[in-house]
Write a protein that binds this ligand. Structure first.
Ligand SMILES: [Zn+2]
Length: 365
């Protein structure tokens, strides 16, 4: 096992996380996933709890909401454990580390779950009418063409660029990444019901945080914004207490999706936005840390290639290795500079969160 807290594969990441959590004498729990990784290995979401069972406040670090983005979040979690940040937790504050909430996506270098669902479009009320995305429907054939030959790719790209010329590039990004509930074989699909990862996350949060009065979430993401910069994203706008607390704890760089401050498209169904409803007894604060990687175009191309591979071809076939590498490169910048930026900003955010939690209990900041 290498010294770096970051890992090249899901299996390596899991082993590093379990080892670091064991050293921290965390209470560990594994949630076995029904599928296997490409290497045939077991998949699970691993949960580490550090601190008193009935702690009134909890810092919650979540990795792998978007599968392959777990290379970043897992590295930050392992680093947090290895630096013994847990030994600095003030009285009344526990830590809950959720490793690879979408282990399938992490292992297969995909952003989606094994149901082809974007977990952050899945936390909607499926009994209510689902959001519509007509622009996606109009572009669906170009997003996921039947063939991935050079000619087919060029034709599909031509149609997407034509849409961008007519409506602007942000409109194309919104159409493609805003989420859709009509094409189960497409990208940014929100699902037809709660996925395994949603059900597991809900069970972990409601089970572990049943007695918590104050909870702070940091959810690790990659793929949007300037390389290495962590945008601190919250869905809710300036009118919401969650937004005001996030600004108070993390500073004025916190960006609201609803207020149009963020690099993220407007979406429905992200889990961080749903968390306060799951924990009505707690004051919930938190942000997604969105680390920039490469150009948005490159990210979208990788996502479409991955989508084509799984929807129209064979995920274990000859095209798989190159497309998986393309996905990994889009969501994990394999340089020391980028990794250093991830760890520095993560460490600041966790310390700000702990200070905020402590203050919310009436302690010193
Ligand atoms: Zn993400």
């Amino acid at each position: 096992m290498t010294l770096s807290p970051f890992s090249a594969t899901y299996a390596e990441a899991r082993a590093k996380f379990l080892e670091a959590a064991t050293v921290a004498r965390a209470e560990l729990q594994a949630w076995a996933h029904p599928e296997r990784g490409p290497d045939g290995g077991e998949l699970s979401t691993d949960v580490a709890w550090i601190g008193p069972v009935d702690a009134p406040a909890a810092l919650v670090l979540v990795s792998g909401t978007h599968g392959v983005e777990g290379h970043c979040g897992s590295g930050a979690q392992v680093d947090w454990l290895r630096r013994q940040e847990w030994a600095r937790l003030p009285e009344g504050v526990a830590a809950l580390l959720i490793h690879a909430i979408n282990p399938f996506g992490f292992a297969w270098s995909r952003r989606v779950t094994h149901e082809n669902v974007d977990l952050n479009r899945n936390f909607v009320d499926f009994a209510a009418p689902l959001p519509e995305n007509r622009a996606y429907t109009a572009l669906a054939d170009a997003v996921t063409p039947a063939s991935w030959s050079r000619e087919a790719q060029a034709e599909a790209r031509g149609r997407l660029l034509a849409y961008a010329r007519e409506n602007g590039f942000p409109a194309l990004v919104q159409a493609m990444s805003g989420g859709q509930y009509s094409h189960p074989d497409g990208i940014f699909y929100g699902g037809a019901g709660p996925t395994w990862s949603r059900r597991t996350l809900e069970a972990i949060l409601t089970g572990r945080l049943a007695g918590a009065k104050s909870v702070c979430f940091l959810d690790f993401h990659t793929g949007l914004g300037p390389e290495g910069y962590a945008e601190q994203i919250i869905t809710r706008g300036p009118g919401a207490p969650e937004y005001r607390r996030a600004r108070d704890w993390f500073g004025a760089a916190v960006a609201s999706v609803d207020a149009g401050e963020s690099v993220s498209a407007k979406i429905a169904g992200d889990w961080l936005d749903a968390a306060p409803r799951l924990l009505p007894h707690a004051e919930v604060t938190g942000v997604a840390l969105e680390y920039g990687t490469v150009e948005t175009n490159q990210v979208l191309n990788a996502l479409r290639a991955d989508n084509w591979l799984h929807a129209r071809s064979d995920p274990t076939g000859p095209e798989a290795a190159a497309i998986q590498a393309e996905m990994r490169a889009a969501f994990y910048v394999d340089t020391d500079m980028w990794r250093g930026m991830v760890l520095g900003q993560s460490l600041i955010a966790t310390r700000q969160a702990v200070a905020g939690l402590s203050a919310s209990l009436g302690g010193d900041r």
